[in-house]
Design a protein around this ligand. Structure first.
Ligand code: MN
Length: 755
């Protein structure tokens, strides 16, 4: 029986090789094309070796044809061509040409060793073993299949690269295979080969494998997504060019030379996003991403600064994978801005080297660099992805049976789920990219609503942490938190969590406004020296055209009803007090005195600020500088919005001088056991020299600071002024980061910005 994946239609006659070669199809790559392609990236290529392999494989496959009717030889040739796109070494290209000869022709390992040497012989034999086991274990165990696959590639990772290219070409020509096997091959590709390519950092390969599988498994869904994608791309065609040129122009104006290009997302990735988040796609950012490719790390941060100062940033989308790379070696800066045409624009900013690794992954390391060592040795030294592979194979030898192994490995490879555990060992399955918030709601709605922190594998972590397979998650809850922050709704990945958060916040928002309204009324009555009582207000409900005290409070909180109108309804002879005009200096001094948390006459109005604080008030932090525990703080009430917390040294407080009724005493209420981050802003004067911006980002990342945003202004040829929004635990943490930055030679000055 022939391997269906190889699409052999006609077995060779048992005639002695070489049989007469089948006629090559028009447009098929020729011998000369292949050699030229290799030479374009590897001037030292052994052309004679390539030519011999080409002729050997062509003769060996002879008159064999593929299911498509093409000469069989077109297949190994296409596989070799895919690998030249990855710029791989001669041995890999030659082994690709020969990869089906031992299994499907008269050729033997001994002969290949003799003609092409032991290295190539070993690669071809690795692929032969893989192919045989695909045949044997078709019906039986996928587990055993995978185990053998990984064992085989353990010898030489180039076997995996050839196998992936082999699978890619078979997927590209899958339409010629009978429907029954088509589905099985596509599912296997989606389950095993595409995730494997992803784990090896080969994103291009992964995306194409996924897309081809998707098209076979669910042709209707594929067609629908593709059609809509085409229509949207057509509608936005001018805009895409406009964005590219605007990006390019603005960068150039600031002295950054960049290669900018838009990139269409693939139907499969759009489809999984639609399934995962149950959303449609209509915006440009749903279908297009832009890449900005530069020549140095320094230039990446420079470009980021330009982008962030030119267009408004979409909060929560900034990720710096340059200072903290992903496990599969991926490095890049991600951000989203509101760009030209008022469109969300998704950007990936990276160097050429990072771009190459992002697309080729492990294969980017595999190309032989003169005299540095063999490709495999290079991989061992340079690649995280290879370390993962080693680790997986290590696990293999430890597990007793293949099923158990699959349990482990499929956990790693499974393309759309993560499996996590509660401290008691209960398994919680979540969609990929789910975070602790999703986990908490999957355990119980009450756990989600009262979650204030978590430990992942025994270590404190933010609730927004993305979960990995096998994580043990302990959710820390607080009774003081009656409702989750509404921002969680956008953080949560699962529909279940989002629905629960929306329910809880809808009630909470009403309660919050009622709470805020009550504060405003209490303040007004205290200042007017009148007693406030709920009973008295009850009697005035009709006059205020409200049905309950709660409703009155919520209306005041929303700014729909004035506190003075409430007072007048309760006490008809109440007269609105005129706001005293304070002198600037005297006023500020007074306000500062009010801000003391222990001020005796105000103790009833002190509001706790922090994670475990009461959720009955809408609290936010000073927009241009934030506030962190350790700061002395004051709250400013804005009816309809809530309370904004300022450090008392914030110059912005001057704006509220004339409105003493808006000032509120507040104090920190931080639970040491559930660390929480708070916003702060710093300004860094950086010496303009290569790598200086990268150094700043790295210092902050290394000291556990979370960068929310960076904007940049070039003050002179020698200095750049960076404004960095951070999230830190407290003043001590912030001071430590500032001290570490000051210790860097490239940093001329660091200051906190107080808004
Ligand atoms: Mn093949």
């Amino acid at each position: 029986m022939q391997a269906a994946t190889e699409q052999v239609a006609v077995a060779p006659a048992a005639a002695p090789a070489p049989a007469r070669p089948a006629k090559p199809r028009a447009g098929m790559m020729r011998q000369y094309d292949l050699v030229e392609k290799v030479r374009s990236y590897n001037p030292d290529t052994n052309e004679d070796l390539l030519n011999r392999a080409y002729v050997y494989a062509m003769k060996a496959h002879g008159a064999q044809t593929r299911a498509s009717g093409d000469p069989y030889f077109s297949h190994p040739l296409e596989v070799a061509a895919i690998l030249t796109d990855l710029k791989l070494d001669d041995a890999t290209i030659v082994a690709a040409l020969l990869h089906d000869t031992i299994e499907d022709t008269e050729a033997t390992r001994a002969e290949i060793d003799q003609v092409f040497g032991h290295e190539i012989g070993a690669l071809v034999e690795g692929l032969t073993k893989l192919k045989r086991l695909e045949l044997v274990s078709r019906e039986a165990k996928q587990a055993e299949n995978l185990r053998k696959l990984l064992l085989a590639i353990a010898d030489d990772v180039r076997v995996l690269l050839i196998k992936l290219a082999d699978r890619l070409h078979n997927m590209r020509t899958l339409e010629f295979v009978p429907p029954a096997s088509r589905r099985r091959i596509a599912e296997e590709t989606l389950d095993i080969y595409a995730p494997l390519a992803g784990r090896m950092g080969m994103q291009e390969m992964r995306e194409e494998l996924e897309d081809l599988s998707f098209r076979s498994i669910d042709p209707e869904a594929y067609a629908v997504v593709k059609q809509r994608l085409d229509a949207l791309a057509e509608r936005n065609r001018n805009l895409i060019g406009e964005i590219e040129s605007q990006l390019h122009k603005n960068l150039q104006k600031n002295g950054v030379v960049a290669h900018v290009y838009g990139r269409r997302k693939k139907p499969f990735s759009i489809w999984t996003k639609m399934e995962r988040k149950s959303v449609g796609f209509e915006q440009l950012s749903d279908i297009f991403g832009f890449r900005v490719v530069l020549d140095s790390v320094e230039a990446c941060y420079h470009a980021l600064g330009v982008v962030h100062t030119t267009w408004p940033v979409v909060p929560g989308r900034f990720k710096d994978y340059i200072s903290t790379p992903k496990q599969n070696d991926y490095r890049s800066i991600h951000t989203t801005v509101i760009g030209p045409g008022n469109q969300r624009v998704e950007l990936q900013i990276r160097t050429e080297e990072m771009d190459r690794i992002a697309e080729f992954g492990i294969a980017a390391h595999a190309f032989y660099k003169d005299g540095v060592g063999s490709p495999t040795e290079l991989l061992k030294r340079e690649s995280n992805a290879f370390a993962w592979l080693r680790h997986t194979i290590g696990m293999l030898s430890e597990s007793a049976n293949p099923e158990e192994f699959l349990e482990h490995t499929k956990l790693e490879l499974f393309h759309d789920q993560v499996f996590c555990f509660t401290p008691r060992g209960k398994l919680i399955a979540l969609p990929r990219h789910a975070n602790v918030i999703d986990f908490a709601y999957a355990v119980h709605t009450d756990v989600g609503n009262s979650a204030v922190g978590c430990k992942i594998n025994g270590k404190f972590a933010p609730l927004s942490s993305e979960l990995a397979n096998g994580d043990e998650v302990e959710v820390l809850t607080s009774e003081a938190q009656s409702a989750p922050p509404s921002a969680w709704e956008t953080l949560a990945v699962t529909g279940r969590a989002r629905a629960a958060i929306r329910r809880a916040t809808r009630t909470a928002v009403r309660d919050q406004y009622a709470g805020l309204g009550r504060r405003i009324i209490e303040r007004l009555f205290a200042r007017a020296k009148i007693d406030y009582a709920d009973d008295k207000l009850k009697g005035a409900l009709a006059r205020l055209a409200r049905t309950s005290i709660e409703e009155v409070m919520a209306s005041v909180g929303r700014g729909e009803l004035k506190a003075s109108d409430v007072a007048r309804a309760m006490y008809p002879d109440y007269k609105e007090e005129r706001v005293a005009r304070y002198g600037l200096k005297k006023g500020l001094a007074d306000k500062l005195k009010q801000a003391q948390p222990h001020h005796p006459s105000r103790s009833s109005a002190v509001i706790p600020v922090g994670g475990t604080g009461k959720a009955d008030l809408p609290i936010k932090f000073a927009p241009n500088g934030g506030a962190v525990p350790g700061d002395r703080i004051v709250g400013i009430i804005t009816p309809g919005e809530g309370i904004t917390i300022y450090p008392i040294q914030a110059p912005a407080l001057k704006d509220f001088e004339d409105e003493p009724e808006r000032w509120l005493d507040v104090r920190w209420d931080i639970d040491e056991t559930t660390p929480q981050r708070f916003p702060a802003r710093i300004r860094v004067d950086n010496v303009n020299e290569p790598g200086s911006l990268a150094q700043v980002a790295t210092v902050i990342a290394e000291h556990d600071g979370n960068i929310d945003n960076i904007s940049m202004y070039r003050r002179s040829p020698d200095f750049t002024e960076l404004t960095i929004d951070l999230e830190v635990y407290d003043l001590k943490h912030l001071s430590a980061i500032i001290a570490q930055l000051r210790a860097k030679a490239v940093v001329a000055r660091v200051e906190r910005v107080n808004g």
